[in-house]
Design a protein around this ligand. Structure first.
Ligand SMILES: Cc1ncc(COP(=O)(O)O)c(C=O)c1O
Length: 390
């Protein structure tokens, strides 16, 4: 762990560290004492709380957002020979889930100001094989949902929202994850609601909800997790070859309390966001665009663009500078066509999505966890200013 002048011997500021409090600790201990560690009543409580938060009838907890995306694509009836349109500015899980379902991901470049898929470029990529649109609300900024839902309706496409960054996101008063057929959420350790690993699908479609429940637990008939409960032994039937994607009560124990605090955490991140916007206004870097009117930004990531010509330091040198000053930083994301696997198997080239490529090579995520104290935030600002000559 680097010691440094800015952090004055304080511990390294871990990027995306979750804020876990007594409620989460006590609930996990309660699960351990009762011995019900696996899928059980706390998962059901967490699902009910998420369904209520989103205002949808169905929420299915799984062990990751990757699993949520995979099962959503399958439940939407998408497979071999089908194409799914998505963004290059996302985590690899988004396109891997499409590939795991047997379908082909097709990329549409981003709008360099929102960093979200550019709806104006989507129609040119729609073919007779296109079956779904899979937008990602990057960093918690809502995609242009009027344009995207309009295109889905016009072309008869399914709409699956990757809401890994977007628990609190809203567009014109409506919550992210409720626009399309299915919404997929992540509770990975750095996410706005953290359970370590975890995911959820939200939907208003009963048939898809039921299929996801079954596929998430080996393809066993619904409510198979109750087979060891005090309601008496229940036989189950395997109705298709499913997956081992169920969430544990240990994870839900954390999630129930994290979700109850989602507004408080969001307000703290918004406060840190505003402080950074103000502190970095005169630095030679691009800052996040202001929030679009009539939307609610989830403030999951705070990203700046460090370009050597302007900032006098390369992005990678700036990452090293921050780390050596005790500040954990992230890169969200190198554009997906930069990775050799996609180049080799799908023929993707960085120059085909130029905005995502340029941003992926210059972007840096600064810490914005609600766990940060005011002093931590000032340390981040001080280190960034020194690195950028401010
Ligand atoms: C945009 C996006 N989609 C999907 C995922 C996958 O989530 P998980 O780690 O819960 O599988 C992530 C996680 O980092 C993400 O950021």
């Amino acid at each position: 762990m680097p010691m440094n002048s800015i952090r004055n011997g304080k511990p390294f500021l871990v990027f995306g560290a979750p804020l876990l409090e007594d409620e989460e600790v006590n609930e996990v201990v309660d699960s351990m004492r009762t011995g019900w560690l696996g899928t059980g009543p706390k998962v059901q409580r967490f699902e009910q709380a998420m369904a209520a938060y989103k205002g949808v009838p169905y929420a299915m907890a799984l062990n990751s957002c990757t699993a949520a995306l995979h099962l959503s694509i399958l439940a939407a009836g998408i497979g071999e020979g089908d194409e799914v349109i998505t963004t290059p500015m996302t985590f690899c899980a988004t396109v891997n889930a499409i590939l795991h379902a047997g379908a082909t991901p097709v990329l549409v470049d981003i709008d360099p100001s929102t960093l979200n898929i550019d709806p104006k470029l989507i129609e040119a990529k729609i073919t007779p094989r296109t079956k779904a649109l899979l937008p990602v609300h990057f960093a918690g900024r809502s995609c242009d949902m009027d344009a995207i839902t309009g295109l889905a309706r016009k072309h008869g496409l399914k709409l699956i929202e990757d809401c890994a960054h977007a628990i609190e996101t809203e567009y014109k008063g409506r919550k992210a994850g409720t626009f399309g057929d299915l919404g997929c959420f992540s509770f990975y350790v750095t996410k706005n609601v953290a359970t370590g690993e975890g995911g959820m699908v939200t939907t208003s479609n009963e048939e898809m909800a039921s299929r996801i429940k079954i596929l998430g637990l080996h393809g066993m008939s619904k409510d198979a997790w109750k087979r060891f409960s005090d309601e008496g032994f229940k036989h189950y039937q395997v109705v298709e070859a499913g997956f081992k994607y169920n969430m544990m009560d240990l994870q839900a124990a954390i999630g129930i309390h994290q979700l109850a605090k989602v507004e408080r955490f969001w307000k703290r991140r918004r406060e840190i966001w505003s402080r950074y916007q103000e502190a970095f206004a005169t630095l030679p870097v691009d800052l996040p665009s202001p929030e679009e009117p009539d939307t609610r930004h989830a403030h999951h990531l705070y990203t700046i663009q460090v370009e050597k010509d302007r900032a006098g330091i390369s992005r990678d040198a700036f990452l090293d500078h921050m780390t050596s000053h005790g500040i954990g930083v992230g890169v969200h994301y190198l554009a997906l066509p930069e990775h050799p696997f996609y180049q080799q198997t799908l023929g993707w080239r960085p120059e085909d999505t130029p905005h995502a490529t340029r941003i992926g090579r210059s972007t840096v995520s600064l810490p914005i966890s609600p766990k940060l104290s005011d002093e931590d935030v000032e340390d981040v600002i001080e280190a960034a200013r020194r690195g950028l000559g401010g």
